[in-house]
Design a binder for this molecule. Structure first.
Ligand code: UGA
Length: 432
């Protein structure tokens, strides 16, 4: 199949690269000339384990191309994937202007029948709107079909997920179009679920909202466990053994961040509100998460009283490990509040520092190593469970810090292990 992908953000690039890897001819289109030039050389604009290797392999095999030209990118293709961003508007709803621009570019350049596949997360009803817009813009003799094909990849493991996902959802109103997209995806060897367009659009929002709910739920249980003297990790393990609940996404911590859960949960409450439905459950999930992101500050205040003048080390800044993505990371809220209170914030992250500099307060000091961040610190906040942090020799806290007081927002160490050291250890939902 000849395919083109519009947008080379994390979704578009991984989609394009993986489709080329299973044998399709794929052209990825992006308006950014410098970015396209780099991608042609197999350099990925995002940090994603395993992606560059796949890029290089498929560029060499002559199946993967990059261009800034819509005319070139859409020439003779059978299927066009839209994978542009749908950022959040001020009211929490999704901004569809990039999608609309992509549709206009498609309409202006295609010369034969086309199937347009939407990968971007879009509010229910958007694919029908895309189809109407396309039909109104293309010449009458060109037949246009639109398919919703939401992605369920996790950042940091998207290459792995592409080949080991749980399902591929194809939402189409035309059986023939669904069949074409099914054939394209068959080589991935992942179960394919076909449904109508609106249900496919909703599966994406409902899945992310449900996972976010699991996280806020276990975080609330953690907060109660702490007060009771119970251990949230044992509780989660015991709950997760029930197949109806499942053991995944029950890690208590400082809440969810990233480009998806915060945006999609807000967008879904907005979709509901537009239909006069008050999605109270999801609103509570969001509220719990906003509180949870700041919970280490509450713990530190309880312990120290004021944090003014304290030297506080932040270990991990990205919203989760194996990514340099800082979007909606708890480190943003935390560093802003600490700086506002007059604390001195020293931060370490193995890959996210460049992105962190764009969003954290300018007073934050960055270090090249964990040891330098800990030097003379009054306390440390662990915000991302990077393996470097999980595997750290705990003596380092004792040797480097003014006083080894650790607030661990990701439960990186077992209580038994920490107890072997003269460390004051505060974690989430566990006995101190
Ligand atoms: C999420 C979904 O997991 C993907 O299925 C989906 O495709 C993607 O959003 C998307 O909509 O594009 P992602 O945002 O990359 O993927 O990251 P996750 O691994 O899901 O983690 C999200 C946040 O939840 C992180 O901040 C993580 O630290 C937190 N989390 C996750 C917890 O606090 N506890 C858990 O048990 C699991």
């Amino acid at each position: 199949m000849k395919i083109s992908v519009v947008g080379t953000g994390y979704v578009g690039l991984v989609t394009g690269v993986s489709l080329s890897h299973i044998g399709h001819y794929v052209t990825c289109i992006d308006i950014d000339e410098t970015k396209v030039e780099k991608m042609r050389q197999g350099i990925s604009p995002i940090y994603e384990p395993g992606l560059e290797e796949l890029m290089k392999e498929n560029i060499q095999a002559g199946r993967l191309f990059f261009t800034t030209s819509h005319q070139e990118g859409f020439r003779d293709v059978d299927v066009i994937y839209i994978a542009v961003g749908t950022p959040e508007k001020e009211d929490g709803s999704a901004n569809l202007s990039y999608i609309e621009q992509a549709v206009r570019d498609i309409a202006a350049n295609i010369t034969k029948d086309i199937i347009v596949v939407t990968k971007s997360t879009v509010p229910v009803g958007t694919n029908h709107y895309i189809k109407e817009l396309l039909i109104s813009l293309v010449p009458k003799h060109i037949n246009v079909e639109v398919v919703s094909n939401p992605e369920f990849l996790r950042e940091g493991s998207s290459v792995y997920d592409t080949f080991h996902g749980d399902r591929i959802v194809i939402g189409a109103d035309s059986e023939e179009a669904a069949k074409v997209i099914e054939e394209i995806n068959k080589p991935f060897g992942i179960p394919i679920f076909k449904t109508d367009i609106k249900s496919a659009e909703m599966i994406k929002y409902a899945s992310n909202a449900f996972l976010a709910t699991k996280i806020s739920f276990i975080n609330e249980i953690a907060n109660i466990c702490e007060k009771l003297g119970a251990d949230v990790e044992s509780v989660a393990r015991g709950m997760g053994m029930d197949k109806r609940i499942g053991s995944m996404f029950l890690n208590a911590g400082i809440g969810y961040g990233g480009s998806c859960f915060p945006k999609d949960t807000k967008a879904l409450t907005q979709i509901a509100a537009n239909l006069d439905h008050n999605f109270e459950l999801l609103k509570a999930v969001i509220k719990v998460n906003n509180h949870q992101q700041r919970i280490l500050i509450d713990k530190a205040r309880e312990r120290f009283g004021s944090l003014t003048g304290k030297r506080i080390a932040l270990l991990g800044l990205a919203f989760k490990p194996n990514t340099d993505d800082m979007r909606e990371a708890a480190s943003i809220v935390i560093s802003k509040e600490l700086i506002a209170e007059g604390a001195k914030v020293v931060a370490y992250d193995p890959v996210a520092v460049e992105n962190a500099k764009k969003v954290l307060p300018q007073e934050v000091i960055y270090t090249e190593s964990i040891e330098d961040a800990l030097e003379n610190a009054d306390m440390v906040f662990i915000l991302t469970e990077w393996s470097q942090i999980k595997e750290l020799d705990l003596n380092i806290y004792v040797q480097k810090m003014k006083q080894p007081i650790v607030f661990d927002g990701r439960n990186c160490y077992s209580i038994n292990e920490v107890q072997q050291y003269p460390i004051e250890y505060h974690s989430i939902g566990r006995k101190p």
